[in-house]
Design a protein around this ligand. Sequence first.
Ligand SMILES: [Zn+2]
Length: 333
Amino acid sequence: MVPVKIIDLSRLDKSSSGLTGSFMDWSKFPREDVRCKLCGASKAETLSIQRSWPVSRCKKCGFIYLSSRPVESALEEMYNKEYYDSADVGYGGYADNFIKYNSIFTELFNRRAENIEPFRGQSRLLEVGCAHGFLLDHLRKRQWKVKGLEVSPLAAKYAKEELNLDVFCGKLENALYKTNSFDVVLLLDVLEHLHRPFETLKEIGRILTSDGVLVVQCPWELTHWEEIAEARLKKMKPCTITPDAIPAHLYFFGPDTLEAFLQKGGFSTFKKQSGNYGAIRRHIKPVPINVGPFYEKFFRFVYFKAGLQKLVYALAKTFGKGNGLIRYARYKK
Ligand SMILES: [Zn+2]
């Protein structure tokens, strides 16, 4: 469903990406008010308003989510049309960037392939939200029997016609995959977009074999140390900076809330990994250095230009503090 499929990769949907494409008025969608998806509580504290959408923290469990969000049909319409062209919420120029930065993608895909190798079973793999199918194409070359699912007709068409992949265009519940028919299901940068995430997780549980593995990846947003530091630097309260892809992202996970979410969906996590988003974006659009007051310029120079960020990211990944959350989980049948 969503763009960038690999950790370390590129948050091409980051609002500051500066990619080519159209900008639209994200405040116009019909909206609905919702309770906390994790614990069901209705009381939430509004942390900030982003593009007219309230980013709120549940007063009971601490989960951060859009307490007022676009209705499901409105976002679906966006994924059908503008999402793949949009520079500020979707991923403008994704296919072009894949070709241009192919060596970086290949490195990331290789790492992904190595990570899932132990769970190969009979090599049957489904990627839910496969976008243009680049990762599936890569895994197919490594003898995986791959299938994909993608809600965007544009991306699904590319996967089918250009890459000759077996891709279903539509929702998971309509694909009617057989029970126990996959050894691995990939759900990369998708969970934070789903209006009915637990229905999707239940369906994934049904189609996975009894020892099949779900790989979930999503960004660690707002409570990540780097974003807290950014807020401090801008003299803002923690968790109030602009998160990614509002209003396409409905939830803002941290390590604990992601695992609680999976648990609620019937999955138990058995392996954790940490990754860093942004490798490709840094190539496409380097962070501007000469902006803001002197101390900010100085910080930007030391952090982005002099290599401090690279060092910090490597350390963060080692200690499980990277801005990408990756979880391997099995369904409790
Ligand atoms: Zn809650």
